[in-house]
Unconditional design. Structure first.
Length: 112
């Protein structure tokens, strides 16, 4: 069983999942959730809409990366669309900015 806690920070709430066992914790690190292309496009579109406001952008980017099981501080990337853009030296913001450049509007129906 997993418990979800909300920090309540920023325009969007960051969520932290705390597994009830070490096996569950290990599974979370080794088996990232698979997002559909539609989910990924929705996340990217939302990020684009918020990038004008730096504080909102940072909060949104952190939420997107956390939801995609990407460890920001450790630079561990498990989401294919961002994997080649962040290698532990780039910030989360730089990684998302680079990833959004690679996703053309035609690839995301929500952008049309």
């Amino acid at each position: 069983m997993q418990h979800v806690f909300s920090t309540g920070n920023g325009p969007l709430k960051d969520h932290l999942q705390v597994p009830s066992s070490s096996a569950a914790a290990e599974a979370m690190l080794t088996e990232p959730p698979v997002l559909s292309d539609a989910d990924h496009c929705t996340n990217i579109t939302a990020a684009r809409a918020q990038l004008k406001d730096k504080e909102k952008a940072v909060d949104l980017i952190r939420q997107i990366l956390q939801n995609q099981n990407i460890l920001i501080d450790g630079g561990v990337i498990q989401r294919t669309a961002l994997k080649s853009t962040m290698d532990g030296r780039k910030t989360a913001e730089a990684a998302l900015a680079e990833a959004t450049k690679r996703i053309e509007p035609d690839n995301c129906a929500i952008d049309r």
